[in-house]
Design a protein around this ligand. Sequence first.
Ligand code: SF4
Length: 125
Amino acid sequence: MTEEANRSLRNQTFIARYGVTPAEASHDMLLQMIEDMFADGLVTEVEPFPETDKEFSKLLDILRPLDANELRKKLVISGWLLEPYGPDKMRCQECMYFLVHKRWCDLPELNLPAKADWWCRLWRI
Ligand code: SF4
């Protein structure tokens, strides 16, 4: 299947289930899409955690070209979780990219709704 056919199938799948693609979805609908993916068994790349700026930038370089409809890929690459992570219970709430009132991850390469108790490996303070 070509890249274009893959894209079309992916978008059709979103439209069949939600009536819209992620690029057109409201905040609440995007939250629902994310939660549904995990309910359907999505596993993301939580390791390795990017310890250096170089490792962090490398992940951003992978995420940057993805469009808004590549939601699954964004979640996988960022190591997204719907719960706090690690012994320190790291979570979006304390991350510098989290907009508390908007419940939004403002990291441009993600640019997605998030909940205070969620986490991803691009977490920064
Ligand atoms: S970068 Fe990750 S941890 Fe930080 S707000 Fe965004 S999703 Fe949450």
